[in-house]
Write a protein that binds this ligand. Structure first.
Ligand code: INI
Length: 165
């Protein structure tokens, strides 16, 4: 049997960059609180969670990429809320934000977590920001700690690993 590698929820000593959009802040503020609470519970020191605010979800990937490229963070956590408002803008914003955040992770190797609520209406958004159906910010923060600790293991050279000739 080969090795099983898995991250942990021990965030002590790790640094996290949070990028949160201001659009729909009545929802996003709860995602930020949830994320900070989860990071604290994982042992992340208060000074090791930096928060960057951007106008809307569309701007999240740009700031996330700059944070990732700075080399100062073990993972980037992206928080936002897009609500369908009878506008075609919704699909564009959701698609670009999701794609952009995924690209940040793939291009930089720094885990980038997409904790952006995409909801049909305000009620659904509220439910997912700490009311009935959990808090996407809290859940995203756990994913960020797990991926940061996993990335550290994947970077470390492992004994007995050989490349195929
Ligand atoms: N941005 C959001 O974060 N959520 C939304 O629901 C939203 N809607 O519905 O339009 C939204 N639009 C703004 C967008 O993210 C950009 O800030 C804007 O297009 C400027 O680039």
């Amino acid at each position: 049997m080969g090795t099983t590698l898995e991250g942990s929820l021990n965030g002590r000593g790790l640094r996290f960059g949070l990028v949160a959009s201001r659009f729909n802040d009545f929802v996003v503020k709860h995602l930020i609180e949830g994320a900070q609470e989860a990071l604290r519970k994982c042992g992340v020191e208060e000074g090791n969670m930096d928060l960057v605010r951007v106008p809307g979800a569309m701007e999240i990937p740009t700031a996330a990429k700059q944070l990732a490229e700075s080399g100062a963070y073990d993972a980037i956590l992206c928080l936002g809320c897009v609500i369908r408002g009878g506008t075609t803008h919704y699909d564009l914003v959701c698609g670009e934000a999701a794609k952009g955040v995924a690209q940040v992770g793939l291009q930089t190797g720094v885990p980038a977590i997409f904790a952006v609520i995409t909801a049909e209406n305000t009620e659904q958004a509220i439910e997912r920001s700490g009311a009935k159906l959990g808090n996407k910010g809290y859940e995203g923060a756990l994913a960020a700690v797990e991926m940061a600790t996993l990335a550290a293991q994947l970077r470390a050279p492992r004994r007995g690993r050989r490349k195929r000739p």
